[in-house]
Design a protein around this ligand. Structure first.
Ligand SMILES: NC(=O)c1ccc[n+]([C@@H]2O[C@H](COP(=O)([O-])OP(=O)(O)OC[C@H]3O[C@@H](n4cnc5c(N)ncnc54)[C@H](O)[C@@H]3O)[C@@H](O)[C@H]2O)c1
Length: 267
């Protein structure tokens, strides 16, 4: 591993207590980044920070609900205080709760759209305001948003989630145009089926709504029928793409959503 790849990158990551967010926080720190690990689950953040520090990395934890602007602003302030500035914001926090299309409720819609779409908007805005305050530098500031295969298509049992991830794509495109004058790039990546706590729960929920008969079936079925590489993925499959988007190697790139899905969605 290149332990210098993310040297001088001061990163705020949302949803960093578990799953891909935790794996990325640890991977970034191992590549030289300083990381502010944020999540509603502060105990989980503290565990990730402890693992990073044990390996000699630099990290702090902050409790953040991404739907609350004051939380996000306070975490960014804490990161600036600890690291003196920020130059990468990774909007990773996300939730899902499947429901068949005719059963979708206003509550389901608002819950998912608030975290996955509004939460990303707030994260982008608060990070951009801080980056603008810091002034232009030679290297671009980077905002990275986590989309999905469902940024480019929709499944019938997760329509609000699909809408929220299409919104993420719209914010990557629109945000890139809005922020280029401040030397801020906006890109993202779209995972496919990643075995994390989110998918473990989704798998149970899909059985509960009658979409699959038994637990474990959903991931195997998708792998067999929809993933070109015939296997689902793990957080380690995704960390390299996230690192590329945070690194100087992607400096001349903005407005892009990269699929990292084993060949589920072809563009
Ligand atoms: N797992 C997959 O297959 C998959 C596929 C495509 C995209 N994604 C996206 O990747 C991202 C990470 O997913 P994951 O699978 O690692 O999920 P995960 O459930 O393992 O982790 C998500 C984290 O977000 C946190 N979170 C939830 N609501 C929050 C809020 N309001 N404020 C702050 N933090 C909050 C949770 O506490 C959790 O720690 C999400 O945006 C998800 O939609 C996941």
């Amino acid at each position: 591993m290149d332990t210098e790849r993310l040297r001088e990158k001061n990163v705020v990551i949302t949803g960093g207590a578990q799953g891909m967010g935790a794996a990325i926080a640890e991977h970034f720190a191992a590549q030289g980044a300083k990381v502010c690990v944020t999540d509603v689950n502060i105990d989980g953040c503290n565990e990730v920070v402890a693992r990073i520090r044990d390996k000699g990395g630099e990290a702090i934890a902050a409790q953040v609900d991404v739907t609350k602007r004051a939380d996000v602003a306070a975490a960014i302030e804490a990161a600036v205080e600890a690291f003196s500035s920020i130059n990468v914001m990774l909007n990773n926090a996300g939730i899902n709760k499947p429901m068949m299309f005719l059963d979708v409720t206003e509550e389901n819609w608002h819950q998912i759209m608030d975290v996955n779409a509004l939460g990303v908007l707030i994260g982008m805005q608060e990070a951009a305001k801080q980056m603008i305050r810091q002034g232009k530098r030679d290297a671009p500031y980077k905002i990275i948003n986590v989309g999905s295969i469902l940024s480019r298509q929709a499944f019938d049992d997760v329509v609000p989630y699909s809408c929220s991830k299409h919104a993420v794509l719209a914010m990557i495109n629109g945000g890139a145009k809005a922020l280029v004058e401040h030397n801020i790039t906006v890109n993202g990546y779209g995972p496919g089926v990643v075995r994390t706590e989110l998918w473990e729960q989704l798998d149970k929920d899909l059985v509960a709504i009658g979409k699959f008969e038994k637990e474990g079936e959903s991931m195997d079925t998708l792998a067999r029928d929809m993933i070109l590489m015939k296997r689902y993925s793990f957080p380690d499959d995704v960390v390299g793409t996230a690192s590329f988007l945070a690194s100087p190697e992607s400096d001349y790139m903005t407005g892009q959503l990269l699929m990292i899905d084993g060949g589920m969605v072809m563009q």
